[in-house]
Ligand binder design. Structure first.
Ligand code: C2E
Ligand code: MG
Ligand code: MG
Length: 584
């Protein structure tokens, strides 16, 4: 026991009291003594268990009056002084703080303190308290707090990019609405979608996809002010909330983001390039709640994508109807697949020298139960976006091969059947396996088949396309480049595609053909160039004799168009073939 300068309690009394306390509370009691409420406190007595807990002896405290407070963690000292002040005013307290043990180890202590007064004089005598080692409990508590924080993070942040997730984005939009109402501001919501992210994911794997998303998230944040929020909704969809920003400001930021994300990304050994489409809604004009604002920005993003990608687009009310139509078509397309509402029409391709059908192009038609015949121009893009084109494309190929076989059985075989392939089909895995299986199953020779690719299909996926073409060539399949002149129009690019057989001049050039028109020069230039590359030329959309004559003069081999025949069904084409056969 340490001596106190106060007329202390009898030592034996105190020890008794403390050991009783120790026993009762199973704590390590100590006595703190203070000369005045404002002076440093020193320990005047410690029990056995305090010695065991701290490693300090009673003498240590005696020799160094400030030892106790000096060993309290600096961050906790202020709280202790304030609490002791309350104790001296008669209020018992319980406090927690970190205390450095004699061996240097920090421990969390829980301390109960109470003022003891001299009964006779009612003056403060000492402060009596007890320590409990709380380290384990506090660690467990900290771990609990951490795991609660972790749960909070998981609930509010996207684990891949660390950006706010849908839940937190919604909260932030609601906050933005609140601030904007209070301050009479606008704010803007950007809905971003990476164009063709799926290609990266599907062709290179999730590792590259994930790494790309992380880099996109980082780049996105670099383009924003601290008051703005960037979040990830999932997949390749991001949202940006631009606080206090009107339409002009939003357009500037959207352009900045699009340009910044256009710069190539380095992921491991690969350099990846993507584009971004952004839809924008502005508060309050385009919606008064977070759900409407997000939905409208999403709709505008869709418009940006269909306008050509790598662009931004503002929401306007007409878009709602467009989207609803699109969603209805998508729903109906799924039904069309399961109920087989498709059919194939064939458009003859006429050889200009012999005027015979040397090929036909298979063109899909959709017999919608309510809308009637729907043009592929209207539903192929929707099928592509909704990931339905592979199923539909496979059906087309199979149907075309079955029809080839049926014609062969009827004795018609001297013509090729061209089938259009969409970019998504080439991006999907195992297209070659699908093509070769269909040929095998239907018993059709590859040389009867021609596959039509567009310039953009070839450009976007050059290496994979060349691989696919090489494999198909072994089966005798021919390839044509469709709608030539409307895509990248890089004539020199054609030289990089030695596996091409046919070039199809797009209808837009053919329809411009008239005396003294520039389009004529373009058509003859395309024909000449194709010839120099030893490609056959088919002119699409030939409707008049004038066009036909001009094309013949230019050296074009084959024509396809309403002048000879519009696309017709299997039976009518069979009649046309029969007619040709009987003329021979
Ligand atoms: P495309 O491959 O360029 O097909 C030629 C389009 O031009 C066809 O339109 C055809 O009906 C039309 N056409 C032919 N001759 C004339 C003419 O003299 N004048 C005019 N004004 N048009 C003519 P269609 O059948 O509506 O097909 C449009 C596009 O849809 C096709 O363009 C093709 O890109 C796509 N498509 C059609 N069937 C399929 C398919 O099975 N798979 C895929 N992926 N796309 C297809
Ligand atoms: Mg075509
Ligand atoms: Mg075409």
């Amino acid at each position: 026991m340490l001596a106190t300068s106060y007329p202390a309690l009898a030592a034996s009394n105190l020890e008794n009291k403390i050991s009783r306390l120790e026993h009762l509370l199973s704590v390590a009691p100590l006595t703190i003594y203070s000369r005045s409420p404002f002076s440093p406190f020193s320990i005047t007595f410690i029990s056995k268990s305090v010695k065991e807990l701290t490693g300090f002896e009673a003498d240590d405290f005696l020799n160094l009056p400030n030892l106790w407070i000096d060993n309290v963690h600096p961050e906790d000292v202020e709280q202790i002084y304030s609490n002791l002040h309350h104790v001296l005013l008669g209020e018992p307290i319980i406090q927690k703080y970190r205390f450095k043990m004699k061996n240097g180890e920090w421990k969390w202590l829980r301390e109960r303190l109470k003022l003891v007064k001299d009964r006779a004089t009612d003056k403060p005598l000492e402060i009596v308290g007890g320590w409990t080692d709380m380290s384990e409990l506090i660690h467990a508590e900290n771990a609990l707090i951490q795991s609660q924080e972790k749960i909070q993070r998981l609930a509010h942040y996207d684990s891949l990019t660390n950006l706010p997730n849908r839940v937190l984005i919604t909260e932030r939009i609601e906050q933005a609405i609140h601030f904007s109402d209070r301050e009479n501001w606008n704010f803007s919501l950007l809905f971003l979608d990476l164009d063709d992210f799926k290609i990266v994911n599907d062709s290179l794997g999730h590792h590259y996809g994930d790494a790309l998303l992380q880099q996109v998230a980082a780049r996105l944040q670099k383009n924003l002010r601290t008051v703005d929020t960037a979040g990830r909704l999932g997949g390749d969809e991001f949202v940006v909330i631009l606080s206090n920003t009107n339409a002009n400001g939003a357009a500037n930021v959207a352009r900045k983001i699009i340009n910044s994300l256009k710069e190539p990304f380095n992921v491991d050994d690969k350099v990846l390039s993507i584009q971004t489409s952004i839809g924008i809604s502005v508060y309050p004009e385009n919606g008064r709640d977070s759900h409407t604002l997000t939905r409208h920005a999403d709709i505008a993003m869709y418009q940006a994508k269909s306008a050509g990608r790598g662009q931004h687009c503002f929401f306007n009310i007409k878009m709602n109807a467009i989207l609803e139509h699109r969603l209805a078509m998508e729903r109906d397309l799924r039904v069309a697949i399961s109920e087989n509402q498709f059919l194939l029409h064939y458009q003859p391709q006429i050889d200009l020298a012999s005027r015979k059908i040397v090929g036909v192009e298979a063109l899909i038609r959709w017999h919608h139960p309510l809308r009637g015949l729907v043009s592929p121009v209207d539903f192929i893009p929707i099928a592509e976006d909704a990931d339905l084109i592979n199923t539909i494309g496979e059906w087309v190929l199979k149907q075309a091969c079955e029809d080839i076989k049926a014609w062969e059985k009827a004795g018609f075989s001297g013509f090729k059947v061209a089938v259009n392939l969409s970019l998504r089909q080439l991006q999907a895995e195992q297209l070659f396996e699908k093509v070769s299986t269909i040929l095998k199953q239907t018993g059709v020779d590859g040389s009867r088949l021609e596959l039509e690719l567009t310039e953009s299909v070839m450009m976007e996926n050059h290496a994979a396309t060349v691989d696919f073409m090489t494999q198909c060539k072994d089966l005798g399949i021919h390839f044509s480049i469709d709608d030539f002149g409307t895509g990248y129009s890089s004539l020199s690019y054609l030289t990089k595609l030695p596996l091409l057989d046919i070039l199809k001049i797009d209808r837009s050039f053919v329809q411009e053909i008239s005396p003294h028109n520039d389009a004529n020069t373009i058509v003859s230039a395309i024909v000449n160039m194709a010839k120099s590359l030893r490609l056959n030329v088919i002119a699409e959309g030939v409707e008049t004799l004038e066009q036909l004559n001009y094309l013949q003069e230019c050296g074009c081999d084959t024509v396809q168009g309403f002048y000879f025949s519009c696309p017709v069904n299997f039976e009518i084409l069979t009649q046309q073939l029969t007619q040709q056969f009987t003329e021979n």
